[in-house]
Design a protein around this ligand. Sequence first.
Ligand SMILES: Nc1nc2c(c(=O)[nH]1)N[C@H]1C(S)=C(S)[C@@H](COP(=O)(O)OP(=O)(O)OC[C@H]3O[C@@H](n4cnc5c(=O)[nH]c(N)nc54)[C@H](O)[C@@H]3O)O[C@H]1N2
Ligand SMILES: Nc1nc2c(c(=O)[nH]1)N[C@H]1C(S)=C(S)[C@@H](COP(=O)(O)OP(=O)(O)OC[C@H]3O[C@@H](n4cnc5c(=O)[nH]c(N)nc54)[C@H](O)[C@@H]3O)O[C@H]1N2
Ligand SMILES: [Mo]
Length: 560
Amino acid sequence: MDCFDTCQATLINAKVKGSKEHKVTNGKLCVNFAYLLKEEKLEQAFFENEEISLEKSLNILTTKLKNTKSSSVLYYKGSGNLGVMQNAPKVFFGQYGATFTKGSLCDGAGVRGIEEGRGFNTNPPLQNLLDSDIILVWGRNLSITSPHMYKLIKDKTFITIDPSKTQIAKKSKIHLQINPKTDHDLALLMTRFAHMNDMEDEENSNSWNQGAKDFLDLAQSKPLMSYEKTTGVNLQDVQKAVDLMKDKKVAILMGLGFQKYYEGVQITRTIDSFAAYIGLHNKKAGGVWYLANASYAYDNQFETRIKKEVDMVEVDLDSYNVVFIQGANPVVSAPNTQRLINALKNTFVVYFGTTYNDTCELANLIIPSSNFLAKKDIRLSYGHDLKAISNIVQSPHKNTISEYELSQYLLKEFNLSPLKKEDDIISYYQNTRVKLPKIKTFDFIEELDIEELYYKKTKNNYYFLTSKQKHTLNSQFKVDDCLYINPINSFKDNEKVLVKSKYGSATFIIKCDTNIKENCIVVYAGAKNANYLTPPTSDEFANSAIFQDTLVSIELLSSS
Ligand SMILES: Nc1nc2c(c(=O)[nH]1)N[C@H]1C(S)=C(S)[C@@H](COP(=O)(O)OP(=O)(O)OC[C@H]3O[C@@H](n4cnc5c(=O)[nH]c(N)nc54)[C@H](O)[C@@H]3O)O[C@H]1N2
Ligand SMILES: Nc1nc2c(c(=O)[nH]1)N[C@H]1C(S)=C(S)[C@@H](COP(=O)(O)OP(=O)(O)OC[C@H]3O[C@@H](n4cnc5c(=O)[nH]c(N)nc54)[C@H](O)[C@@H]3O)O[C@H]1N2
Ligand SMILES: [Mo]
């Protein structure tokens, strides 16, 4: 599945259990894994809503692709399954000449922010996390979005930076309940306190010296008190947090929270610069974790020639004659739902996936993919440095086809060169031990140019937060469509409201929750209407979605 933990399961007496030899899984499985096992699988191909055989669906696909100019076919891959074998169709679509998407609905801005500082985006070894004393959870719902990793470190001292009182925030020694999109300010403020506390990095200071000085200048360029107003966090608490980190082995676990904005790259780079300033990189214990590029040190087993790429967030889907969607549910998960639905109605949509999801409703051709129990795969992790192996434990349903098989089939139909042998690909990843590179230089951020969201904030609007929750995995499993708000705002449970942003409007049912910051509302990922409100544009550098760069107003439609 698409999560930090990348667990591994094992069959014991025909029952699926968490594997004991996989250190992060540690013999347990999470709720989402249980849902995955129980979920209703797609085992029937469809063409224009009529049931057809798998063979016929493949023929229709082949004919359609043969009769369409290749560049007007869009290959759109989601992250419903993050196994390496999901990359196989890229090889076909690349050779065929389809247009690809670039960018991300997920971590793209943060990735670029990290790359700009360090040059690449990898996590330190898991052992560094286990050996740390203090864990700073920054914009990450740690115990919910990586429950296994959390269990390994649950007895450590936590500091959480999050607008919401998440479970981990409540467990933390200090919770900095920050205003959304002000993390760059908080990172600068922490840098100032770190400087006053003599916490500069000694080891790396020669090579990083000048940049670190310029970064400190940036941190000192605003009056100290101004940070309290912008971040909504009081200075004493920040000072306490920084004091707690002094002379300790510190790990920062960064999540998506602070980077879902237009300037997400700059914000992330500021946080990572703070980490570099106090010397968290390249140490034997501690370090900074984000969603790492898990395949960074591996040779790509799916060499792909891409002729043309378009921004994944801004793409006009109906300017393509065929849109091939694999492992994604853009109707719910991509920003600006209304525009997307209109576009999908206007083009030929092929859906290739394991379940009948919302996007299938708009698909012309539906091809069932075999599920994870019936295909070989290996999963590298964006959360840690272990890998998980997936063997075949169930024969595939006759109406389904794996990503590897579909790719080989298409490559053959188009007389293109075949993929490497499936077993060779798997064993390459399984047997290759990669060494993570050291960060040689660090490029500190020296200026910021950010359009602050709080300038537009009034008493009558709210910050719009959209994050993950326990019983869903993005749009999969137990979807929760409600709008969460602090009861201080005088809305009541079950009231129906109309929510408007600059980009669209939608109705929601209210749920009151004192864990939500007073000036924010939360609609969780997977909620059918969440993305009617989100910006149709990407961030400034990384073609990444900016789900939270908007304020919303709420109008009561009817009481409970
Ligand atoms: N159960 C479950 N687990 C999942 C997923 C799931 O859907 N469900 N999805 C998986 C995927 S695809 C991903 S990418 C990861 C993401 O994992 P996380 O990064 O943990 O995911 P989010 O819930 O998006 O956001 C994290 C936190 O950021 C906070 N936040 C929002 N805005 C801001 C801000 O401006 N500043 C700060 N400091 N914090 C802010 C939110 O309140 C939230 O608690 O989780 C993975 N794991
Ligand atoms: N409002 C809002 N929107 C968000 C987010 C948010 O926090 N708030 N989070 C964003 C993030 S972080 C992410 S990663 C994206 C995720 O967005 P998507 O990548 O679209 O992921 P899902 O919505 O989970 O849909 C994945 C689909 O993949 C299919 N699938 C599962 N396994 C397989 C397989 O083995 N093969 C194939 N072919 N298909 C399979 C499933 O049926 C499922 O319907 O959503 C983003 N959208
Ligand atoms: Mo994600």
